[in-house]
Design a binder for this molecule. Structure first.
Ligand code: GTP
Ligand code: SPV
Ligand code: MN
Length: 604
């Protein structure tokens, strides 16, 4: 009841009046038994884990083999982001644009309040002040997330800078904060809503406990609210990895790359040079694997910061060959979600290092053995295809020493890419910034397990931001064009495709560490050191300009990887036209112009 609430709820643990008021409102809506202010300490972590071990929310892993590691299984219907339940709630529908789900704010608050109401009875509400970006940096944003999930707290303390230092800062500056209310409620997909109110700097997420649905600092704040703020404050919030490629001279070229979910950002951001390129002495520095906040500095260049503090990475397909850096990182202080639990309390997933375990408990909590099939005769998986690990970024051996730098790193190249079995060549460079924006705006990729929906279906995913742009995507393209005009030295824009297949369905390109060969060409182009072939879609490498030393792939593969079929591209242009039409008047005219140019070049 409300009358006892004042005593038990400790709203006034903070001197920040706005914060206290908001916590009180939320607690009165959700009615938790207890309110706990998180300080981000090690003791707090130990206490939460202990409680979660008791309730079964977490399982402690083998502390000899995986010190500090824990295991979690989600509800069966709560395994990936649910884009169809994700909304942008602006007063005006036009503001959300044709690619977002929209709801009027009033309706959004009312619908979600219905689900939140009393949903924390018998539970604890945790209060987490967190900073995206270094605490106190002028370019960082502060959020406060309320949640009834200890698992979410433990994830947020890895993924963000969370705890006392942020609350102190808020109080000292009487600062603004983004209000993030999260609750598991019944974890029922029919009572699930992920709502963004950019005009109120508010996020309400209810009914899911997983990933981008629940760790509100990530996609909800850093991308959806972030992109909205970026437009008005003249910066960019992007779904991009950031990495540095250091040459033996000591020069480090930084690139930012936007690929859709589960298309290789984490892997590229920490690649290990392949055998054949080792003689060249490159070193890779990881700055971020998922999100980039970028602004123009006084030198007229674009500088990027990773606002996150951890990685929430895809487990399946990850092993010591594909990504030795992450395999080293996840040996300690890691949360594993929806992977296979082995008898010795270690973990495994499809595509993990051998041996394949003889048995285990799969992500659904059922006993599993290799070769098992389900009712349809399909192999039963050990780990869910979107199973993940949450790991502190500082665990990654290739971590940059510039993570805490307020200015971030200067970006030489922006790289777009996706999964396309056909059409897109291994790499090409755009003619200029405006054409580059067109290349990004027309990106498409096959859907992966990172989001609920039909896998493999090719969909347009502009700048890999389709699910993450917090406002009208037509205005977003405009923002990109305007940012380009403001830069004295804009990055060059490229497009890659590691996923092109031959007629038998095999990947033509080996990927992973070998991708450095393509990055090397990209950097040489940025430095003006190598020529290129002009084609209707952009500049492609001369075949001999990609260093293939030590790489054995069928002779013909490179031809296939760089092939451009005029007819296929004409079809593509027609499909782009259809996509552009959905924007109506909101599409910047430069995009239509670029499409016409492309069609003209193709018809020559
Ligand atoms: P999100 O965290 O969802 O944003 O994904 P991401 O873009 O960081 O993707 P990630 O690097 O985790 O890779 C997703 C899947 O693609 C994994 O199963 C990888 O093994 C696989 N993958 C990554 N890079 C390559 C590559 O170069 N070639 C091929 N064939 N597969 C790759
Ligand atoms: C993505 O889907 O792009 C992710 C994972 O990075 S999640 O945090 O669930 O959004
Ligand atoms: Mn992502």
């Amino acid at each position: 009841m409300a009358q006892s609430a004042g005593v038990r709820y400790n709203y006034f643990m903070t001197k920040h009046k706005e914060l206290a008021k908001w916590v009180k409102e939320c607690a009165e809506l959700c009615r938790p038994d207890k309110v706990v202010w998180c300080d981000g300490s090690e003791e707090e972590k130990a206490r939460l884990e202990k409680e979660a071990f008791k309730t079964g929310e977490l399982i402690q892993l083998n502390q000899k083999k995986l010190p500090g590691c824990v295991f979690h299984r989600t509800a069966l219907n709560d395994v990936a982001r649910t884009e169809h339940l994700t909304y942008i709630c602006t007063r005006n529908k036009r503001e959300a644009g044709p690619t977002n789900n929209w709801m009027p704010p009033k309706e959004g608050y009312a619908k979600a309040a219905e689900i939140f109401k009393g949903s924390m009875r018998g539970r604890t509400m945790y209060i987490m002040p967190f900073s995206m970006g270094p605490v106190g940096s002028p370019f960082s944003k502060v959020g406060v997330q309320l949640t009834d999930s200890a698992y979410v707290v433990l994830n947020m303390r890895i993924m963000t800078r969370m705890g006392k230092a942020v609350l102190d800062l808020l109080e000292k500056t009487n600062g603004d904060f983004i209000r993030c209310l999260h609750g598991k409620a019944e974890l029922d997909v029919n009572k699930r809503l992920i709502l963004h109110f950019p005009e109120d700097r508010t996020i309400w997420s209810v009914g899911s406990g997983y990933g981008g649905n629940a760790l509100l600092g990530k996609k909800c704040l850093s991308l959806r609210i972030g992109s909205y703020l970026g437009r008005t404050e003249s910066w960019m919030a992007e779904h991009m990895l950031i990495m540095g490629i250091e040459e033996p001279s000591g020069y480090i070229a930084y690139v930012a790359a936007a690929f859709p979910s589960a298309c290789g950002k984490t892997n590229l951001a920490m690649l290990l040079p392949p055998e054949g390129l080792k003689r060249k002495g490159y070193r890779i520095w990881t700055v971020g694997d998922d999100i980039a906040w970028m602004k123009i500095d006084t030198d007229g260049k674009l500088w990027a910061v990773n606002p996150e503090y951890g990685l929430f990475g895809v487990a399946p397909g990850t092993n010591s060959k594909t990504n030795p850096n992450i395999m080293a990182a996840v040996q300690k202080n890691t949360i594993y979600t929806n992977v296979l639990l082995k008898k010795d309390k270690t973990v495994w997933w499809e595509g993990d290092d051998p041996p394949v375990p003889a048995e285990g408990i799969n992500w659904q909590g059922k006993s599993w053995k290799p070769g098992m099939v389900d009712e349809n005769g399909e192999p039963k998986v050990a780990a869910h295809p979107n199973a993940r690990f949450t790991v502190p970024i500082k665990n990654v051996p290739s971590i940059t020493n510039r993570l805490e730098h307020h200015h971030g790193v200067p970006i030489s190249a922006i790289i777009f890419g996706g999964r396309r079995a056909k059409l897109a060549p291994l790499v090409y460079e755009s003619f200029n910034w405006q054409h580059g924006v067109f290349v990004g705006a027309t990106m498409a990729s096959e859907r992966t397990a990172a989001q609920f929906g039909k896998q493999g279906e090719v969909r347009r995913d502009p700048m890999a931001m389709l699910p993450f742009c917090g406002y009208n995507m037509g205005d977003y393209f405009k923002h990109w064009l305007e940012m380009g005009k403001k830069m004295a030295q804009p990055p060059k824009i490229f497009n890659i495709n590691w996923f092109r297949k031959d007629d038998d369905g095999n990947f033509l390109w080996p990927g992973f560490g070998e991708n450095l060969r393509v990055l090397e060409w990209i950097i040489s182009r940025c430095k003006g050191e190598v020529a290129a072939v002009e084609t209707p879609i952009g500049y492609l490498p001369h075949e001999n300009d990609v260093d293939m030393t030590g790489l054995r792939i069928p002779r013909d593969n490179m031809n296939k990887l760089l092939a451009i079929s005029k007819q296929d591209w004409k079809d593509e242009a027609a499909s782009v036209k259809e996509f552009f039409d959905t924007f109506g008047k909101d599409l910047p005219k430069e995009m239509t112009t670029e499409l016409k140019y492309l069609q003209k070049r193709l018809s020559k």
